[in-house]
Write a protein that binds this ligand. Structure first.
Ligand SMILES: O=C(O)CCC(=O)C(=O)O
Ligand SMILES: [Fe+2]
Length: 281
């Protein structure tokens, strides 16, 4: 491992962050999270972390990817109200607007995922998160998603800090990284590693036994099926209590493809109207 990730300070302009992402496909911003908001998130989510039980698909490809010593939680808005404030962070949305709005009229929360890597976990295979959808490897395919890996605890070399491959967003889809091309997102709690959907990365190996907690917030093009099934993870009464922008990001709005660069259709009808009407009733 000898590559480096550019580390920016919290007062960096969104334009500066975007320049680094254009160049490297990945950037770290330190002190990104307000410490009291992060503390609130960690406290609110703890009971769900304690109650976590592994789900076994019985398929090595997916069980290995998710990790046998890794806690993963979805449905975060149901467990931690502070998650909603985090997913609405104007800086996250501004960076996501820049990357995804050229390819869709609106985007969705793809997943809000707590990823806590514990002692003995081994590294994930290198992958791109755009690889969730089969179109990603097609020549000229759009960027499909953006991932914000927020360090909810310190990310260290020994506890499984995310491995990233700067510049790999420009690579052919089947190129594998050599060790000198790999960097590790070592960063204190409160930082964020911003990873384009087409940049290679992997969860690291936890050799020292201290838990590495990430809050991964990802957004995908609005015409894709989101990775997390928020319709089932969150109940409608909770949705009714959220700000309208959060409702839209969680899928409670019609997708209007008539605004897209390549005109497309309307997606996500509820009773031949917008799912917003379910929240109003
Ligand atoms: O936990 C990490 O550092 C990376 C996880 C990841 O990339 C994934 O699950 O897609
Ligand atoms: Fe990933």
């Amino acid at each position: 491992m000898s590559a480096n990730v550019t580390i920016l300070s919290a007062d960096s302009a969104v334009e500066t962050i975007i320049e680094v992402l254009d160049e490297d496909g990945v950037a770290i911003v330190r002190d990104f999270m307000d410490p009291s908001l992060l503390q609130r998130f960690n406290q609110e989510i703890q009971p769900a972390v304690d109650a976590f039980r592994h789900y076994h698909f019985g398929n090595e490809a997916i069980d290995g990817f998710l990790g046998s010593r890794t806690v993963r939680l979805h449905g975060l808005a149901a467990h931690a109200p502070s998650f909603v404030d985090i997913m609405l962070d104007p800086r996250l949305l501004a960076i996501t607007d820049h990357h995804l709005l050229p390819c869709c009229s609106s985007y969705l929360l793809s997943a809000g995922e707590l990823i806590e890597i514990r002692g003995g976990e081994t590294a994930q295979r290198f992958h791109v998160d755009d690889g969730s959808w089969p179109v990603w490897a097609r020549k000229g395919a759009d960027l499909l998603q953006m991932n914000y890996m927020i360090a909810a605890s310190d990310f260290t070399a020994g506890n499984g800090a995310t491995l990233v491959v700067p510049g790999s967003h420009r690579w052919p889809h089947d190129r594998e990284p050599e060790s000198h091309e790999i960097a590790q997102a070592i960063m204190p709690a409160g930082s964020v590693a911003i990873i384009r959907g087409d940049t290679q990365h992997a969860g690291g190996t936890n050799t020292d036994g201290s838990a590495r907690r990430a809050l991964s917030v990802s957004y995908c093009l609005g015409w894709l099926r989101a990775v997390e099934n928020s319709y089932l993870n969150l109940d409608v009464d909770l949705l009714r209590s959220l700000p309208e922008r959060a409702q839209q990001l969680l899928g409670y709005d019609i997708y209007d493809g008539s605004q897209d660069k390549v005109r497309s259709g309307f997606l996500g009808y509820y009773r031949m109207g917008s799912p917003k009407s379910l929240l109003d009733s």
